[in-house]
Design a protein around this ligand. Structure first.
Ligand code: SAM
Ligand code: SF4
Length: 478
């Protein structure tokens, strides 16, 4: 699968990563190991967990054998993610045989559904903590230490962890993710998120701005505002009753400093507004890049998915984006082989991809999730072989479109924020363009966190190659 793009929901290369802080804490007597799976929001949650545990005197380790507390932050989006987690828990269980006082805990989206099995039947873990219960971790650890099975999987209507400054983990020190809301009120029939993460709630703009300002002061130069459906961000000030919309929040964050780039994810096609698009157009430091998951190109399938837009409605939104933001990067999520999907439906997905000319896509085979509306109402009737073949065709289409878009960049000069050394060569730096395309160029004397103008000289389907033509760029806000 294509791994282009910073704003990733499911970044395959990061799955199961053991998280480490930017500056390892040498003084902590107790060590915690946190492994994370799933979307960026889950990785962000692990940073909140690390902050809560830091208060309790825990330092982080990337060596599970050194840990007093092993936590695995889980994802339930697809069956494969669940299977991987179960395998890891078996491995931790055997490790525990030589280290009896080591505690193992499950966090996140698998917690609620699998708590009985994991705690009581299979006795794989000591504590199970749902995504809204991380504040109770210290108490749960104490319970588990006293030999009790510790569980809190209650979902909340209020919890946003607004006051907790996440400990940045595995960070490049330049780009950071900031959660602006939790949960989801949409009921896409294939999706477990509304069940595992609860009702949608927005975090106060003050706490978001404070976190972004602190990040800027610490040297970060890009923030990505995160939510399952950022366009439905809505916060009412309890004192003044004044509402803040997503467009307003975006503007406030953009105004922190012209040198702070702002990105966001994910936009829902039914909710993205012209106001958001115009706000993006007004501020040069709001990156011209939108992740707009379509899921399917067939109106009939979209209706079965309860996405509440049609093929035509989606295409109109894309047209609007192209009108207001002519140079905007566009990416999407696509599911192959949803219930009853015919060959004609699949062809509609492929033709929609051609029309939208996506820069990048996350592509999945439909995976039935217990408890979802689709699992209750429909039959998962597309044979695995057919799902696989359709997914392959979607992936091939995506590669062709991505390469074409990359080739169009050759010869242009793009402003790039330097994120750090390139993965392939320590002689090169890498960074992203406004449109979220990764660029690699010779390191020379440039610095991480600096903006440079780069002439694009070549490309692959995933990376642009270039050379710096200018170091200082004009003020970004007009
Ligand atoms: N809130 C975002 C939205 O509505 O676009 C996406 C959230 S979800 C974490 C990320 C992606 O996972 C979805 O857009 C969808 O493509 C994919 N996904 C969710 N449930 C799935 C399932 N049961 N089978 C396959 N893919 C799934
Ligand atoms: Fe899941 Fe739909 Fe909510 Fe996205 S908008 S998290 S796909 S229910």
């Amino acid at each position: 699968m294509n791994q282009l793009g910073a704003t990733k929901w499911i970044d395959e290369s990061r799955q199961g990563t053991a998280l480490q802080p930017e500056e390892p804490s040498a003084t902590s007597s107790r060590k915690c190991y946190i492994e994370s799976y799933g979307c960026q929001m889950n990785f962000n949650d692990s940073e909140i967990v690390a902050a809560i545990l830091k208060e309790q005197g825990y330092g982080l380790t990337t060596d599970v054998a050194q840990a007093d507390l092993v936590l695995i932050n889980t994802c339930a989006i697809r069956e494969k993610a669940e299977q991987t987690v179960r395998k890891r828990l078996q491995e931790f269980k055997s490790l525990k045989q030589n280290k009896a006082d080591m505690l193992v805990g499950v966090l996140g989206c698998m917690a609620e559904r699998l708590r009985h099995r994991l705690l009581e039947e299979e006795k794989l873990v000591d504590l199970v903590v749902g995504p809204d219960a991380y504040r109770s971790l210290p108490a749960l650890i104490a319970e588990a230490e006293s030999g009790q099975k510790a569980v809190n999987v209650l979902l909340s209507r209020e919890e946003t962890y607004a006051d907790i400054s996440p400990v940045r983990l595995n960070s490049n020190g330049v780009t950071a993710f900031v959660s602006i809301m939790r949960g989801c009120n949409n009921m896409c029939t294939f999706c477990v998120v509304p069940f595992t993460r609860g009702r949608e709630r927005s975090r106060s703009p003050q706490s978001i701005l404070r976190e972004c300002e602190e990040l800027f002061e610490q040297g970060y130069r890009e923030v990505t505002l995160l939510g399952q459906n950022v366009d439905s961000y809505y916060w009412i000030d309890p004192q003044t009753q004044q509402a803040t919309t997503f467009a307003q929040l975006l503007e406030m964050v953009a105004q922190i400093n012209p040198w702070l780039r702002v990105r966001f994810s994910t936009s829902h096609p039914k909710d993205i507004t012209d106001e958001v698009l115009y706000t993006m157009a007004r501020y040069p430091n709001i990156c011209k890049y939108i992740h707009l998951p379509v899921q399917s190109g067939s109106t009939r399938i979209l209706q079965l998915m309860n996405r509440t837009y049609t093929r035509e409605g989606y295409l109109k939104k894309v047209e609007r984006i192209r009108e207001i933001l002519p140079d905007c990067g566009l990416s999407t999520d696509i599911i192959a082989g949803f219930c009853t999907e015919t060959e004609a439906d699949h062809q509609e997905t492929l033709s929609l991809m051609d029309i939208c000319e996506y820069d990048m896509a996350y592509m999945f085979m439909y995976s039935e999730r217990p408890g979802t509306l689709a699992a209750r109402r429909y039959t998962d009737d597309v044979p695995l072989e057919v799902k696989k073949r359709r997914l392959q065709e979607i992936v091939e289409k995506e590669r062709t479109l991505a390469l074409k878009n990359m080739q169009k960049e050759v010869g242009k000069v793009r402003t790039v924020l330097i994120e750090g050394p390139s993965k392939r060569s320590d002689q090169d730096f890498c960074g992203r363009t406004d449109q979220n395309k990764m660029v690699v160029f010779p390191k020379k004397h440039y610095r991480k966190g600096q903006y440079v103008n780069v002439r694009i000289t070549g490309c692959t389907a995933a990376t642009l190659l270039g050379e710096v033509v200018e170091e200082t760029i004009p003020e970004m806000v007009a």
